[in-house]
Design a protein around this ligand. Structure first.
Ligand code: EPZ
Length: 434
């Protein structure tokens, strides 16, 4: 009988102690395909041990890269014998970030064939039109056939690319395609997320010439050759933010280590607004909450605004805080699906278009729920940690995509959470009871 896994949480424990943050998923999923831009040997440290990364490494291996682990978080990648610019569909379908293979392969071989990516879809459409528009500006011809995108060019030529909407993925993909193009590429209205700066730093270490990453104008002078290098990925801003909110929601006291406090500014500011104490150190933050917090309003925006990837976790905190809060997501159209699950635990949240009106309640009651996507899953964990009684979270495969060792990390600071096998035939219970 096939088994699947769920998390079982006995809530009501105050989180107290220290948590070490892993490397940033959204930087790593860009940096790993960027290794394809050189025939060389790389040592990459602070690589998170999560499912999205094993999926990406599997893809690189299928293309001929040799990957070996030096430790749990450090790998060697040898790209000297890459054989193919085509990425097998079976390997891309669960990984949204597989679209970065388009930019990297196009940049290296002037041709890329990649099946349309999978990953979190929040129940809505996740277009890549801006990515393709950027490739076209550099001179690539784009075609799609049977769900496979092909981008090819005789020679990529630097160009001006203006994005009418800020897109992390399109900014990264155009950088990847442009680093070896002839001449200068200028990206206007570029995304400014920390992982874009991290990717640019990595590429510059490989020999690229990228300036302005972290601002909304990025200038790339094409170079003819790139080479291998050693690099350490930045800490995961969203993993850190998730534990900060977990500390606040459980009225706890957590020292969150291996972070860049500046990257956490929008989250720290909102936690302080709700009544939390947030202390910053060189590479750590401490979040302390002594009582029930009060609500606040949140609008998600591209960096340095409040990150959409923290919206479900923060909304969960607000659902337990005093008063009414309004949360609007201006980045994604449909990122409130998880609210149905929170409602099962007693939350009072009403969705009005792209906003959630949250009426704080004093407590949640444990219930069987599911992780609709990665950050929705993180929100369910926070809800379960605060709830009275037992919460069981199904579909945790989404959580494993982006949170390293979540059970170990939370158990070490006082949570009662376990990963439990159960028969797949029982997995529909959540829906049946919904
Ligand atoms: C990245 O997705 C992250 N994923 C997402 O994190 C994150 O939510 C998002 O950026 C916003 O911060 C990775 O880095 C792998 P976008 P991405 O392109 O690049 C629209 C997580 O939980 N758009 O910045 O796909 C789009 O519909 C994940 O870790 C277009 O219209 O996001 C959205 O409304 C989930 N056309 C907005 O732009 C395009 O061609 C921002 O999307 C591309 C995007």
């Amino acid at each position: 009988m096939p088994f699947v896994e769920k998390f079982v949480i006995h809530g009501g424990k105050r989180l107290e102690g220290e948590i070490e943050i892993s490397g940033a998923k959204n930087a790593a999923v860009a940096i790993l395909p960027a290794t394809l831009l050189a025939k060389g040997v790389f040592t990459i440290e602070n690589v998170p041990d999560i499912r999205d990364i094993s999926s990406m490494l599997q893809i690189l291996e299928a293309m001929g890269a040799v990957v070996s682990y030096i430790s749990k978080s450090a790998i060697n990648i040898d790209t000297r014998n890459i054989k193919s610019a085509t990425v097998p569909y079976e390997l891309t379908k669960n990984l949204r970030a597989s679209y970065y293979l388009l930019g990297a392969l196009l940049g290296m071989y002037n041709i890329a064939r990649v099946a349309m990516p999978g990953g979190c879809n929040f129940g809505g459409v996740r277009p890549i039109d801006l990515h393709l528009k950027g490739f076209s500006a550099l001179g690539a011809m784009i075609s799609t056939d049977g769900g496979v995108v092909e981008a090819k060019a005789h020679k990529l030529i630097g160009a001006s690319v203006f994005f009418d909407k800020v897109s992390v993925g399109a900014t990264i993909n155009v950088i990847l395609a442009a680093v070896k193009a002839r001449g200068t590429t200028i990206i206007e209205n570029a995304a400014r997320e920390p992982h874009i700066v991290d990717l640019a730093n990595f590429l510059n270490l490989m020999g690229a010439n990228i300036k302005g990453a972290g601002t909304d104008i990025i200038k790339i002078e094409g170079v003819s050759e790139l080479h291998g290098c050693d690099y350490s990925i930045i800490p995961d801003q969203i993993e850190a933010g998730t534990y900060m909110v977990a500390a606040a929601a459980t009225k706890g006291d957590l020292l969150i280590k291996n972070v860049i406090p500046k990257h956490l500014d929008p989250i720290s500011a909102k936690l302080r607004e709700c009544g939390c104490i947030v202390d910053e150190y060189d590479d750590a933050v401490r979040v302390t909450a002594t009582g029930r917090l009060h609500g606040c309003n949140i609008k998600t925006l591209p960096h340095p605004g409040f990150p959409t990837d923290m919206q479900p976790q923060f909304t969960t905190l607000l659902a337990l805080s005093e008063g009414t809060s309004i949360v609007s997501d201006s980045v994604w159209d449909n990122r409130f699906r998880y609210v149905d699950q929170l409602t099962r635990m007693g939350a009072q949240i009403q969705i009005e278009g792209k906003a959630a009106i949250v009426q704080g309640v004093p407590s949640f009651k444990g219930a069987p729920v599911k992780a609709d996507d990665l950050r929705a899953g993180a929100a369910m964990i926070i809800a379960g940690l605060c709830a009275k009684g037992t919460t069981e979270i199904e579909d945790i495969i989404h959580i494993d995509r982006g949170y390293e060792d979540v059970v170990r990390k939370l158990t070490a600071v006082g949570a009662q959470i376990a990963r439990v096998d159960f028969p797949q035939s029982e997995a529909l219970h959540t829906q049946k009871r919904a």
